[in-house]
Write a protein that binds this ligand. Structure first.
Ligand code: HEC
Length: 144
């Protein structure tokens, strides 16, 4: 009798651990549609954009004959299937093109958040951070 109760406890514990495990796996499986930046971060990015990027990419992000649009179909045509890490690296290493790498890490993170928000990706609870390595794991996809 006692042994039975004991093994039932072990069984329950094992099931609980399985569930906890499944939940944490689901949470670490981040997608660009799960909210990978905050609205506040995107708002900071908007300010950085108007100071550092709008002169070339235009105020509405649509670019002009010399500079590509950062919005919608033109954006997805270039970036769909690639990772946020690639986009971040492109911005950090090459933009603003007149002084590449000239901004702080935080500014580049905020600018990425702003670009995502402008392309209708949802905001969430956690700020986007380049240092965690998360950006390489998240790919830019159209809504499933
Ligand atoms: C002096 C003009 C200029 C400034 C300022 C500038 N850009 Fe650019 N940007 C360009 C040009 C020209 C290209 C296209 C050539 C290339 O991809 O390197 C480009 C390309 C890009 C691309 C890749 C677009 C694509 O779809 O291929 C991104 C993203 C980008 N810029 C973001 C930014 C951000 C963010 C800022 C502000 C920090 C910024 N740029 C400031 C001129 C500029």
């Amino acid at each position: 009798m006692r042994i039975k109760a004991f093994s039932r406890k072990i069984f329950c514990l094992a099931v609980t651990m399985l569930i906890v495990n499944a939940v944490s796996v689901a949470q670490s499986d981040e997608s660009i549609w799960s909210g990978v930046f905050t609205a506040q971060q995107a708002a900071r990015g908007a300010a950085d954009y108007s100071t550092n990027c709008a002169s070339c990419h235009s105020v509405d992000l649509r670019g002009n004959s010399n500079t590509p649009s950062l919005l919608g179909m033109s954006f997805m045509f270039i970036w769909e299937g690639r990772s946020l890490g690639e986009l971040y690296t492109k911005m950090r290493d090459e933009m603003p093109s007149d002084r590449p790498g000239g901004l702080s890490t935080r500014s580049y993170e905020d600018l990425l958040a702003y670009l995502l928000q402008s392309n209708q990706f949802p905001a969430g609870e956690k700020e986007l951070k380049a240092s965690t390595g998360m950006l390489d794991k998240i790919s830019i996809t159209s809504k499933p």
